[in-house]
Design a protein around this ligand. Structure first.
Ligand code: GCB
Length: 578
């Protein structure tokens, strides 16, 4: 977990050299380590599937069986988990093979041939308990300085339900021993041309040639390079390139092949969009043109599956974002499943990709491990998502308690890590602080979460909106960087109406959102506004969360529109830039 290379993050693929079969089960779960096994769908959160286990956070044991892969000679067999929250320990046929900490990023477990039989018992121990040396943290012991107001149950230091389970698909995979281990595609523009800087890492250092083929819009470009010291790199120029942007999400197909002594030995394919992201003064630019981000903070939170992957809900959410006229979203407060990243590439939604570092605090207890985890998540997220055109910015944390002295140095190093892993995208954090935010100095854009008119100036939009305007001006004056409103919103209980807007009514929510958007539209340094939240979502129980729900969605948890959804549709579809 220390500062080392992340393990592989390449997607499971099926071709002549790679195989990937989803392990669909049936899966069983046993709670409290008891022998009773209950059938459970995977992916899904056990807390949503079994109402009686709603607040149980583990440990629990998942089991299933899988057959022998058709392992070609010289193939490596591995299991690939898209996401298990929070801690996973994996064994096959009683042999412990490895573990992973952190609930929202993929990991691989290599299965040695000696562990494989004709039929194999896969066991995954899952522990989602909240602890102060985990990220995101929970059950935090106060030391008299940090006061997480409004404590809730389960006792998270974040505002969403700490769902547990195997949350994304599990694959049984094979790849050649002599394989492509990693691929990085960076894109630039030169006048009308696009340039792809492609590099690969290989699992071996012997002689081989890397061959690349870029296909799209009637063009096929082929280029190859020798693999030296486990690396090969090429630069591909595309004349009159069809660039990727939110209006026209043009994608090319890039195929990388490894050839050794005249024989192909591995292949990997990905879609790539040619575009640049940059910051000039207080503007965020895509392909050197200013963009204004319209969209949402979201959650992976669905009736029926909890935080479990659902193709159907993904389709619904993307349709609704488009319906509302959104051009972007933030993966608040953890990286979303990989299918969503593909969908964003294809549909032109720009993504602020956020690590699971929410609620990071700097009290000494457990700090060393929390810091290491934050760094691990940045490495894993960038390794996983670096080749997606949709990702236009990395968010390294949400609302850390970063007015503390230790925060400055921490974010200096974390931003340094992100920039060293990816020099093509800006890095940011979403903060509730203003001038006191120690991290902003080291980051490229300033993202702020604001609730004036809700948690403060309650019911007083007349006071809140002018204050917001001044607050944004002051932040911009101090940092001189683009400002993005990454959160603002009000709880609205569906069906509650008030002619003269009143808190918790759909009318108040709509009025507040309109007020914020109008202010954002008037300031050229504001580069985007993301409403909190796209949909109502489950969270812990507390007096400020009726029914264990956060009601700030402009759609309900069942994805039915509230008044504000229609407001956004009328504003966002009309205002092209801003
Ligand atoms: C925030 C947090 C978000 C909460 C939201 C709220 O600032 O970033 O996780 O859900 O406020 O509704 O209180």
């Amino acid at each position: 977990m220390a500062d080392m290379d992340v393990q592989q993050m390449m997607r499971p693929q099926n071709n002549k050299f790679r195989k990937a079969v989803e392990i669909k089960g049936p899966w069983y779960i046993s709670f409290y380590g008891k022998n009773k096994k209950i059938k459970i769908p995977v992916p899904a959160s056990w807390n949503e599937i079994f109402p009686g286990r709603r607040d149980f956070l583990g440990p629990a044991v998942y089991t299933t069986r899988f057959g022998v892969p058709a392992a070609a000679k010289g193939s490596q067999v591995y299991l690939r988990f898209g996401s298990v929250n929070y801690l996973a320990r994996v064994s096959v046929n009683g042999i412990y093979l490895g573990s992973h900490e952190g609930g929202n990023l993929p990991f691989e477990i290599v299965v040695p041939p000696s562990a494989l039989k004709k039929s194999n018992l896969l066991k995954v121990e899952v522990d989602g308990a909240l602890a102060q040396d985990r990220v995101p943290p929970g059950n935090v012991v106060f030391d008299g300085r940090d006061a997480f107001a409004n404590r809730q149950y389960p006792e998270t230091s974040f505002d969403f339900f700490p769902y547990c389970g195997i949350h994304r698909k599990v694959f049984l995979c094979e790849r050649p021993e002599r394989a492509i281990d990693d691929i990085t595609v960076k894109t630039l523009t030169d006048g009308k041309d696009g340039i792809l800087k492609v590099s690969i890492k290989t699992s071996f250092s012997g002689g081989a040639t890397a061959c690349f083929e870029l296909k799209g819009f009637g063009k096929v470009i082929k280029i190859s390079a020798a693999v030296k010291h486990c690396r090969a790199a090429v630069s591909i120029r595309v004349k009159n390139a069809k660039l990727w942007n939110t209006e026209k999400p043009n994608l090319y197909t890039l195929t990388a092949k490894l050839n050794s002594y005249g024989r192909d030995i591995d292949e990997y394919k990905l879609l790539t969009g040619i575009r640049t992201v940059s910051i000039k003064g207080s503007r965020l630019l895509i392909n050197n043109k200013p963009v204004f981000l319209k969209g949402f903070g979201r959650h992976e939170d669905y009736p029926g599956t909890g935080r479990g992957f659902s193709h159907a809900w993904n389709e619904i959410d993307f349709k609704l974002m488009k319906w509302a006229g959104a051009n972007s979203f933030r993966t608040s407060h953890y990286p979303y499943d990989e299918e969503q990243m593909d969908m964003a590439d294809r549909s032109g939604l720009m993504v602020i990709d956020e690590t699971p570092a929410v609620g990071m605090f700097f009290n000494s207890a457990g700090l060393k491990k929390r810091v290491e985890l934050c760094r691990q998540y940045v490495r894993e997220m960038i390794a996983r998502d670096k080749n997606h055109a949709c990702v236009i910015m990395w968010s390294l944390a949400n609302e850390p308690h970063s007015n503390r002295p230790a925060a400055g140095e921490f974010f200096k190093r974390l931003a340094g890590l992100a920039h060293s892993l990816d020099d093509t995208r800006p890095a940011t954090i979403a903060s509730y602080l203003g001038a006191g935010e120690k991290a902003f100095k080291y980051l490229d854009a300033v993202c702020v979460n604001r609730y004036l008119g809700w948690y403060t100036q309650q019911g007083r939009l007349d006071l809140a909106l002018p204050m917001l305007s001044q607050d944004l001006d002051a932040i911009h004056k101090k940092f001189g960087k683009p400002v993005i409103l990454t959160e603002f919103g009000a709880d609205a209980l569906p069906g509650t109406r008030a002619k003269n807007p009143e808190m918790f009514s759909e009318d108040y929510q709509a009025a507040m959102i309109k007020g914020y958007l109008d202010i954002a539209a008037k300031k050229t340094f504001v580069a985007g506004a993301h409403v909190w939240n796209m949909c109502d979502f489950k969270t812990g129980q507390g007096i400020h969360r009726p029914g264990g729900m956060n009601w700030k969605g402009v759609f309900t948890r069942e994805r039915k529109p509230k008044l504000a959804a229609y407001l956004l549709r009328s504003l966002w579809r009309k205002r092209k830039a801003k």
